[in-house]
Design a binder for this molecule. Sequence first.
Ligand code: 3UK
Length: 535
Amino acid sequence: MTTAHLDTFTRDNLPAADLQPDFLFKLPELQFPEQMNCASELLDKHILEGRGDRLCVRSPHETWTYKDLFDRANRIANVLVKDMRLVPGNRVLLHAPNTPMMVACWFGIVKAGGVVVATMPLLRAKELKPMLEIGRISHAFCDASLTQELVEAALASPDLKHIRYFNSADPDSLEASMQGQSVDFENCNTAADDTCLIGFTSGTTGIPKATLHFHRDVMAICACWPRSVLKAREDDVFIGSPPLGFTFGLGGMVLFPMSIGASTVLLEKAGPPQLLEGIRQYGATVLFTAPTSYRTLAAHGAELRQTRLRKCVSAGEALPASTRQQWHDATGIELIDGIGATEMLHIFISADEQEARPGATGKVVPGYEACVVDDEGQAVAPGTIGKLAVRGPTGCRYLRDERQRDYVKNGWNLTGDAYLMDADGYFYYQSRTDDMIISAGYNIAAPEVEEGLMMHAAVAECAVIGVPDEERGQIVKAFVVLHPGHADDSRMAKELQDFVKKTIAPYKYPRAVEFLQKLPRTQTGKLQRFKLRES
Ligand code: 3UK
């Protein structure tokens, strides 16, 4: 393999060989050539093979064919190389809500051999600054509506020298620069193991971690879960809520549809009302969103049954059995649950509609291996709770970060999740390893108590944590959001406690109950338990 990167920053900052996970390429579809640019595979190929006129990306403002996207991505690649002096290997920030232009920029950067660092639109200057610094980012494309935050972040970032704003009619906008450029561009001949994107981990507190992913990794995730579990077709229309700065969204709403020549609908705001409207208006057939969003949308079952929706994917957080049931009752569709991680790029344990079992995430996705291990890294017997370990064609490579040693041990990626595998090879999520509540000597997984509460008709959402207690070490505390029309008083608290005692082992019931109007969540839909602990 011959790297095309003249700026070798990402290669120079890969974890040392002995700290990297094992990579497995056993499947025939995982045999990659030495030189490969994933933009050629996902975009150019469709043009060369005569599918340029097929619908590719839609939004309330645009409808682009594959050829439309190709022309724009090429012009952007030319702007990068000719006007913005991009050198292969340079990092390019992409800060925008989900729009067709964001996708054009993504492909423009990858075509030119740049490394995309896509970020979530709601991030503020304070959150962008460490990313600019950690990634030594030299270039940026930013949606014009987010100018202010980027300008502020850029002030503190000496490396960031070339910025263009898009979705704008300004004379110095990216669109204006594109006008002067050709629609032809020869893609940078990158090595399969040149980095093409950096994903920053979402979620909890602390300094963000930058995960490096290669051109080959992008093609590997397209070859695994979508083919063996999702099984979408080229006439499918994808839609969803996760931002493209979150790899769940990038895969689900850009890479997977494009890998099969299907089309995608991008919504800048994608809360349940916008999703419902989008599914109706664009005839979407494949939906990607998080469990909370399914719970809210389930109230619109009758309307959803009138649409073309046929496949629904849930990830980002554990899917309670009750939500699976609720969605099936409402729409007749069996949810496809899947666990993925930024470190792994996408989903590695999942089950299709036929194989799904309530309460289980699913089985390991072909191409990957997974097991449950103890604190020494030894596999435990089926039915035993331990740490989830996984390896496959993708895996964790933190950019210059000591925490590589925590995530990768003995070649296995440790996701930080407590799981149980049954004798049939189904994996059951328990909790994050650090969210296990230990009360009076009992191990209590917060999601199990949440599931118990959620089965009560008055409960809309809930979250459970352990709070310090002199006598028991920790006690179980529940934060509950009620459906409208229910009183949040001590009678309700008592009713919920009694209800949980009847549904799960009584020692797990929440000894403390607090009512909230809504739960604290990240932009990727994950519950922020640490905020509840601080409250
Ligand atoms: C949790 C789940 C139970 C789990 C992601 C699909 O969520 C993604 O990436 P993140 O880096 O978080 C990873 C962590 O989130 N999780 C995700 N999905 C599930 N827990 N059931 C699930 N189905 O703790 C995991 O370690 O934000 C998801 C595709 C790409 C992704 N990046």
